[in-house]
Design a binder for this molecule. Structure first.
Ligand code: ZN
Length: 332
């Protein structure tokens, strides 16, 4: 059995090159796979490996001054849901590109632990429950009654907020997958005049561990080969629909046209109709991957193997090269 962890820490890092190189060395020595983003504002990672190696990594991070109290969200899975290790320096560990100054290293938002979050939901107080994940993530699962912005990237959320007519005097409860996006977005909302902004500590994944699936419908999207995990282990309701046939479905597929690469919800019938593509136009692409009806939902990393073998690098999408495989760039 393998362990998967998700974590972040907004802690100022002085020498990021050095910090990054040390991290890469440590993860390689422990045979961990996954991806870590490092910036002067901190670290954001998701890793998988044997439980004893994961534990050694957690001890390592906790031993670095400033990172002693980093919280890890963990899960177990049969196979490692990453194909390689990426440790990379980024301008931000989660990309908001805020037009106002937002610095979670200095300012911390207001956290609600899962049990308090649940109590508030059950109090029926009139609040704005806000999902700050991308539209393609919230489709397959979200808290009941949440505002679900139809936004493709986290850095588009500020514009969305400016256009939205959310009541600034009303209490805001926001959540994301593992908590990191809320750390930035809650500060941004406060800057824009929202009076009371709270975030779910540790996100949906922490809530799942402590409160199970109460008030959450569907599954939780994750940025690795699993693509989604159940929130309620006992009752798994499907709330989304195949984007081609319209039947109830919560399986994601990457469009088989590498130039499109859209992540969309697709049933087996839908996949057969357009040969693994999101529509007719993509199906007619010369670069379309061959369709195998018996392995429709194979991890998308297979596509990368195919691409690098079959096409010269210059013909690959920039994002194919940058992220290694075709699940969208990881955030939590
Ligand atoms: Zn497509």
């Amino acid at each position: 059995m393998n362990q998967v962890i998700l974590y972040y820490s907004f802690t100022r890092i002085e020498n990021i090159e050095h910090f990054c190189a040390d991290h890469r060395r440590k993860c390689r020595a422990l045979n961990l796979l996954g991806r870590i983003y490092i910036a002067s504002e901190g670290i954001n990672g998701t890793l998988a490996g044997r439980p004893e190696d994961i534990l050694a990594y957690e001890d390592y991070l906790h031993s670095i001054p400033g990172f002693e109290s980093t919280e890890f969200k963990d899960d177990y899975c049969e196979s490692v849901p990453f194909v390689k290790l990426i440790v990379r320096i980024r301008p931000e560990i989660v990309v908001l590109r805020a037009k106002v100054k937002v610095d979670p290293v200095i300012n911390k938002g207001k956290h609600l632990p899962p049990h308090q979050w649940r109590q508030l939901l059950e109090s029926h107080e009139d609040v704005t429950l806000l999902d700050v994940r991308n539209g393609y993530e919230s489709k397959i699962g979200h808290f009941e009654g949440a505002v679900i912005p139809s936004v493709e990237n986290f850095y588009d959320f500020e514009d969305w907020l400016d256009r939205s007519r959310l009541d600034k005097s009303k209490k805001v409860l926001m959540y994301c997958t593992g908590g990191i996006r809320c750390e930035k977005f809650s500060l941004l909302m406060e800057q824009k005049g929202f009076k009371e902004v709270y975030q779910l500590r540790g996100g949906i994944l922490n809530y799942k561990k402590q409160e199970g699936g109460a008030h959450f419908k569907g599954r939780c999207f994750v940025f690795d080969d699993r693509l989604s995990v159940p929130v309620d282990e006992k009752f798994q309701e499907v709330i989304s629909h195949c984007e081609i046939t319209g039947v109830l479905c919560d399986q994601y597929l990457n469009c088989a046209n590498p130039d499109c690469n859209k992540l969309f919800i697709c049933s087996l019938e839908g996949a057969k109709k357009y040969q693994g593509c999101c529509g007719l136009e993509c199906m007619q692409s010369e670069r379309r991957r061959p369709f195998d009806a018996n392995n429709v939902y194979e991890p998308t990393r297979k596509m990368y193997t195919y691409s690098t073998r079959e096409y010269e690098t210059s013909r690959l999408n920039e994002k194919d090269i940058k992220y290694g495989y075709n699940v969208r760039p990881g955030i939590s």
